[in-house]
Design a protein around this ligand. Structure first.
Ligand SMILES: C[S@@+](CC[C@H](N)C(=O)[O-])C[C@H]1O[C@@H](n2cnc3c(N)ncnc32)[C@H](O)[C@@H]1O
Length: 502
């Protein structure tokens, strides 16, 4: 694969004809799953092709398209002509034909939208067939297809209808494609002009509205604009030098992510959300949460979730393998590994955190920003867009209600919350009680018996204060003292989504 190879035409008529042929052959996410079976389908998503090769030995149109666009085989002219309008696809640059064998010029991957849409993600050949060998390309401008990070960001994005959305660092265009479903106007930017072409192809082949495409670094191409939604899965890898545009930001340490977060505030409309995936440094002698708090721009609330932490050796190995460096000469590999550790040592970095950053611009945040920085490495239930939106709505509620107002309010236990009692087998009383959510963030939190009793009664009919009075009578505690000490616990339960204001 070379990133100097020409890309297909972005002409929409040609793309529509190819789209029709792909759909007619059932070259869709569901069609692929049926043909390959779940294990081979999952293996393909991990860039492992052998199981898919075995499952596509037939000669049908669907097998032909999988071989051509996903497995990058060269296939006989006559066979391909039966599966799609060959001449037109060659003329548009989707395929090359030397008279005998036909090859794809790009990777075209079926991708199912949230409402069953049949979409296609177009990316450079070769990056999704590397298997355990890494991406198999050292070309710095390579445009990757969908990865785990892409779908994570798509899943956490708030999907309410908006007028304008920005996808910064659009790559194959997957975030722009999602945004096009609920934003009237979508702008997609990238430092790499090849990525902008790829985004146009993804949108055209998916039958989605066109986006405004702008080339440039970070917010440079949009300095005069503001948006209701900004999303970015940026090149967040903290590396000793920029090598691969899709992952190495080219700024020192975690400066690229910091700049992105700090500058996003000015580019957001009131009530707008900015959502990022990011990496951050854990520096010796510094609290990582404080580091992230300092990134949050003025006028924004923030919710930052650390999903994973890796020590610097794990981190260096992960990204060396990603680029296939472990397949090079051992001495070269060792030298590269050393360079990563040198860089971390110089910056006093002992680990790297990975997670999600959501900002929401709000007038209330000007004087009293609500910033949550937390660690939650456990499984969650995607998509979480609605959960993110609800999180900020609950924070608004808490900010607007002092303790007295909170006690006068009514709360409802969130759907799917259960109580677990933890203690020694056979013991009469539990050592502690855990409330656990089975939806969304799937949080668990320890509560005392008063907290558990309170949550259990919350069906919205009685005010929080009256519930506490009843509990006080039951357990023989002074109701005034109970009213004094419980609001902090109620706030935490509301903040974490166990209780919802009615
Ligand atoms: C990890 S890829 C994400 C692609 C896609 N948005 C997704 O979610 O899969 C990061 C993208 O950012 C682009 N990029 C790299 N440096 C950039 C910069 N300074 N400003 C804007 N985009 C940049 C890369 O070319 C690449 O397309």
């Amino acid at each position: 694969m070379s990133t100097t190879k020409p890309l297909p035409s972005t002409d929409r008529t040609g793309a529509a004809a190819l789209r029709a042929a792909l759909l007619a052959a059932d070259f869709t996410a569901d069609g692929l799953l049926d043909l390959l079976g779940a294990p081979a389908y999952a293996a393909l998503a991990r860039s492992e092709t052998v199981p898919a090769v075995r499952a596509t030995r037939g000669e049908g149109a669907l097998e032909t398209l999988v071989r051509l666009f996903l497995l990058q085989d060269a296939l006989p002219h006559a066979r391909v002509a039966q599966a799609l309008p060959l001449e037109q696809a060659v003329a548009q640059g989707w395929l090359t034909d030397d008279g005998e064998l036909v090859r794809a010029t790009v990777d075209v991957r079926p991708y199912g939208g949230p409402d069953g849409e049949d979409w296609f993600i177009v990316s450079d050949l070769g990056c999704a067939v590397g298997g355990a060998g890494g991406i198999g390309s050292k070309d710095e401008g390579v445009v990757l297809g969908v990865g785990g990070a892409s779908t994570t960001l798509a899943g956490i994005t708030v999907r309410k209808p908006v007028a304008s959305a920005l996808d910064l660092g659009t790559g194959s265009g997957i975030q722009a494609l999602h945004a096009a479903q609920h934003a009237t106007r979508v702008t997609a930017t990238d430092l790499n002009p090849r990525a902008l072409r790829m985004t146009a192809l993804t949108l055209a082949l998916s039958g989605a509205p066109e986006a405004e495409l702008r080339e440039g670094s970070l917010f440079e191409p949009v300095t005069d604009e503001t948006y209701d939604l900004i999303v970015s899965n940026p090149p967040f890898v903290i590396s000793p030098g920029a090598r691969l545009t899709y992952r190495d930001g080219g700024m020192g340490g975690d400066d690229l992510c910091r700049s992105l977060v700090q500058q996003a505030g000015e580019r957001l409309n009131e009530g707008g959300y900015a959502q990022f995936l990011a990496n951050w440094q854990h520096v010796e002698g510094e609290d990582w949460q404080e580091r992230l708090r300092s990134w949050v721009p003025r006028g924004c609330d923030a919710w930052i979730v650390q999903r994973e932490v890796q020590d610097i050796t794990q981190y260096a190995e992960l990204w060396l393998r990603d680029a296939g460096d472990h397949r090079t000469d051992p001495a070269e590999y060792a030298a590269r590994y050393d360079a990563w550790l040198d860089e971390f040592e110089a910056r006093k970095v002992k680990a790297v955190g990975f997670g999600w950053i959501t900002l929401r611009k709000s007038a209330a945040a000007q004087d009293d920003p609500s910033v949550t920085v937390e660690e939650w490495p456990h499984p969650v239930e995607q998509p979480l867009g609605a959960v993110v939106e609800a999180h900020f709505a609950r924070l608004d509620h808490l900010r607007a209600h002092d303790d007295a107002a909170l006690l006068a309010g009514h709360f409802v236990l969130a759907e799917g919350v259960v109580q677990e009692q933890v203690g020694l087998p056979g013991a009469e009383d539990p050592e502690h009680v855990v409330l656990r959510q089975h939806r969304g963030m799937r949080r668990a939190t320890k509560v005392d018996t008063i907290g558990a009793g309170f949550a259990g009664v919350c069906d919205g009919s009685m005010s929080a204060g009256r519930i506490l009075d009843a509990i006080a009578q039951l357990v023989g505690e002074d109701p005034v003292l109970l009213r004094d000490r419980t609001p902090a616990q109620i706030r935490l339960l509301v903040e974490q989504g166990f209780l919802e204001p009615r």
